[in-house]
Design a protein around this ligand. Structure first.
Ligand SMILES: Nc1ncnc2c1ncn2[C@@H]1O[C@H](COP(=O)(O)OP(=O)(O)OP(=O)(O)O)[C@@H](O)[C@H]1O
Ligand SMILES: [Mg+2]
Length: 479
């Protein structure tokens, strides 16, 4: 038996508490019974003493000592406890003394000694336990001591019997109850064993297994449900990590293979300087793409491992937006796309990480330009609105199908894989953008119609106070 198991400890506690309760109950019962039996005996002794007093009051003048003695003898033999009393006067002369008390030499108590308090005492006389009551009786001005005794052996035997019964019964009850308790706690804890076994069988290969949920509505049901929820989350992140790793290696394999074949081909025979230059340019552009991809992968992998957190400070977006807008314009004009930029002239202050927010806007502008054909238009707008800064990137490009829209923020997701590959994307931009927005406690959403264009809206919480003067965040911005 495992002494550290909950089952064992529960049983021990249960037995201990029940043991104390039984002990208290047994002791209480016995004491109450003893008290009530003794009280009954005491009452009857008091009554008999009163009887003696009345008898003396009625007879003491009329009769001689001898006659009184006879009367007493007669009277006492009729009493319920037989001939067990003695009466003496103020000088200690016996009026009557029953044979048993006389032979046991029950000492005299003078009336003046008992008058203060009539009292009861227990005595052993000729091996018989007696209850002795002594009181003063005043008859026609003369004090006497009346002492009356009752044998207690029957009562003591009855009490002894009850004590033995309780002494045997209580441990037997306790033993039965503890066995019952052990069995019951075992039953109650059975599901815990089942949960332990099931949980032990779940590993990386069987992460989709779930614990069986006992429909009991109790703590164990909640425990199983909570464990299952935890498994859901674990499975989810496990799958995400595996998919991310697979996608990442797949994405990296293509450019690396391209670099390799280009180099191998170029080295196969001696070539002209122009041919070498073309090959080297291809290798360079693929290497650049690979670097950018690795950079993106690292950006996403670092927060996954919890090691990256942004450095947020009060930041005026206006200057930052102007700079990114001019970068966006260069991109757009290079591909024959018109570009527009509009922003509130009031300061747009947020608590944010400057480089991250810049990256977020560039990702959106890069997409807008990349997925808009020549002759289209891309617009960047920003405005303050009820405690928020709203940034909008709108284009008149190819648009996104409604079926793709819910997925575009997922890693490696490309709405049209062939088209995107050709335009060079790995499908990481929007995943990074979303992560940045979430780190700022903001919100990003996309709206699009196929063939007509797309709008990406970002909402960031506006910082309530203006920029503190001389703050490093503000100083860095105005460059
Ligand atoms: N403005 C847009 N117009 C049309 N489609 C878009 C637009 N922005 C994103 N998409 C679609 O969403 C997909 C995901 O975009 P995301 O920026 O994450 O990846 P990417 O641009 O393909 O690659 P990367 O940004 O990693 O270079 C894109 O492949 C594209 O299909
Ligand atoms: Mg992109």
């Amino acid at each position: 038996m495992n002494t550290r198991s909950i089952r064992f400890r529960l049983t021990v506690w249960y037995t201990a508490v029940l043991g104390f309760a039984l002990l208290a109950f047994a002791a209480g019962t016995w004491l109450a019974m003893r008290h009530s039996l003794y009280a009954a005996v005491d009452d009857s002794l008091r009554d008999r003493a009163e009887g003696v007093r009345r008898f003396m009051y009625a007879q003491i003048e009329a009769l001689s000592i001898e006659e009184i003695r006879d009367e007493f003898k007669e009277h006492s033999v009729l009493g319920p406890a037989g001939d067990l009393f003695q009466v003496c006067d103020a000088k200690g002369a016996w009026l009557y003394r029953s044979a048993a008390l006389e032979s046991a030499q029950v000492p005299i108590l003078l009336p003046k000694d008992v008058s203060a308090k009539p009292h009861f005492e227990n005595r052993l006389i000729q091996n018989t336990p007696l209850r002795l009551f002594s009181r003063e009786v005043v008859v026609r001005g003369k004090p006497y001591t009346v002492q009356i005794a009752a044998p207690m052996h029957e009562i003591d035997e009855a009490l002894e019997d009850v004590r033995w019964i309780l002494l045997f019964l209580a441990p037997a009850l306790l033993a039965v109850a503890s066995l019952g308790g052990y069995w019951l706690s075992g039953r109650a804890l059975n599901p815990v064993d089942a949960i332990t076994r099931a949980a032990r069988s779940i590993n990386a290969q069987s992460l989709s297994h779930r614990l069986e949920i006992p429909k009991t509505g109790d703590e164990l049901q909640r425990l199983s449900e909570t464990l299952n929820e935890m498994l859901d989350r674990l499975e989810d992140s496990f799958h995400r990590v595996t998919r991310f790793t697979a996608d990442a290696s797949h994405e990296l394999r293509t450019p690396v293979a391209l670099i390799r074949t280009t180099s191998e081909l170029a080295l196969r025979r001696t070539r002209s300087a122009e041919e070498y230059e073309t090959a080297l340019r291809q290798v360079l552009s693929e290497s650049e793409r690979t670097s950018a991809l690795i950079e993106n992968l690292l950006t996403l992998a670092r927060p996954d491992s919890g090691s990256e957190s942004l450095d947020k400070r009060p930041l005026d977006l206006l200057q930052l937006l102007r700079e990114t807008a001019s970068q966006g314009e260069t991109l757009a004009l290079g591909r024959g796309i018109r570009f527009a930029f509009e922003a509130d002239s009031a300061p747009l202050i947020i608590l944010g990480d400057g480089p991250a927010v810049r990256r977020l806007i560039l990702i959106l502008l890069d997409n807008a330009v990349k997925y808009t054909p020549e002759g289209g238009e891309v617009a960047l707008r920003a405005a303050g609105d009820q405690g928020f800064v709203r940034i909008e990137v709108r284009d008149t490009g190819v648009g996104i199908a409604q079926t793709d829209l819910p997925h575009i923020f997922e890693r490696f997701y490309r709405a049209d894989a062939a088209r995107s590959r050709q335009s060079g994307g790995a499908g990481l931009g929007l995943a990074i953008a979303k992560w940045i927005v979430e780190q700022h406690g903001g919100h990003i959403e996309a709206e699009s119609e196929l063939g007509r264009g797309s709008t990406f809206r970002v909402r960031l919480l506006q910082a309530s106070s203006a920029l503190p003067t001389g703050h490093p965040g503000s100083a860095g911005l105005s460059t």
